[in-house]
Design a protein around this ligand. Structure first.
Ligand SMILES: Cc1cc2nc3c(=O)[nH]c(=O)nc-3n(C[C@H](O)[C@H](O)[C@H](O)COP(=O)(O)O)c2cc1C
Length: 200
């Protein structure tokens, strides 16, 4: 059910409630936002990612997992300013979160997450000999030395094969919230505790 909210504080609270929910609920539309970054070639780059964590405290922090060899990681190191775009048809809410991204590849926190991830079928996303985006043979003719299926991946990881797991941490700078309503649309810019209604 879509809540009817009017006060900025209520809307803010609901935004973060929905973001947190999206990290647990596979069917929540906000689970798979689009992450836009500045590409190395001066062009914009964008791709779908999975929202793994959302925390309102500390100004708003979002987390994404990735392969540290993926092109987006190099892009983020070069230019940490990025944008995450969420759309929920149920809520009829779009969020555009302007964020500063940082990349973590080691340390106790990354290691603790890896210990969890390596028990799941997603483990194969962070293994493999080829970095994401590298040319490879046709997937049907996969060579076992080139890539891994989910079962092989679990076996490999138990044998402590090198992994390329990385965490992208997004510190939220500003949220642009847009609600599509039947009669009127509403939009606001939220930066920290500041709320500004703007023309949709
Ligand atoms: C539904 C969906 C979820 C995805 N989730 C992630 C993710 O959480 N992390 C990730 O690195 N790539 C994810 N991908 C793959 C990316 O969209 C992208 O293809 C890949 O990361 C390579 O991007 P890059 O070349 O810009 O680094 C996902 C793709 C889809 C379709």
């Amino acid at each position: 059910m879509k809540p009817v909210l009017n006060a900025p504080e209520e809307i803010c609270q609901q935004i973060w409630k929905e973001l947190v929910r999206a990290t647990h609920d596979r069917h929540h539309a906000w689970r798979t936002p689009v992450l836009a970054t500045a590409g190395g070639d001066g062009m914009v780059n964008a791709r779908t990612v999975v929202l793994r964590k959302a925390r309102e405290e500390g100004g708003g922090v979002l987390e994404i997992y990735t392969d540290r060899r993926s092109p987006k990681v190099a892009e983020v190191v070069r230019q940490p300013s990025a944008c995450l775009v969420f759309w929920s048809p149920r809520l009829k809410w779009q969020l555009r979160a302007r964020v500063d991204l940082s990349v973590q590849t080691d340390g106790p926190y990354v290691e603790s997450l890896w210990q969890m991830v390596k028990q799941t079928r997603a483990v194969g996303d962070y293994l493999g000999f080829l970095p994401p985006g590298e040319p490879m043979p046709e997937p049907r003719s996969f060579d076992a030395t080139t890539t891994l299926n989910a079962e092989d991946a679990v076996l490999s990881v138990n044998n402590e094969q090198a992994n390329y797991f990385a965490v992208l941490t997004a510190q939220v700078k500003e949220i642009d919230w847009l609600e599509l309503g039947p009669d009127q649309h509403r939009r606001a810019k939220i930066a920290g505790n500041q709320w500004q209604w703007v023309k949709p």
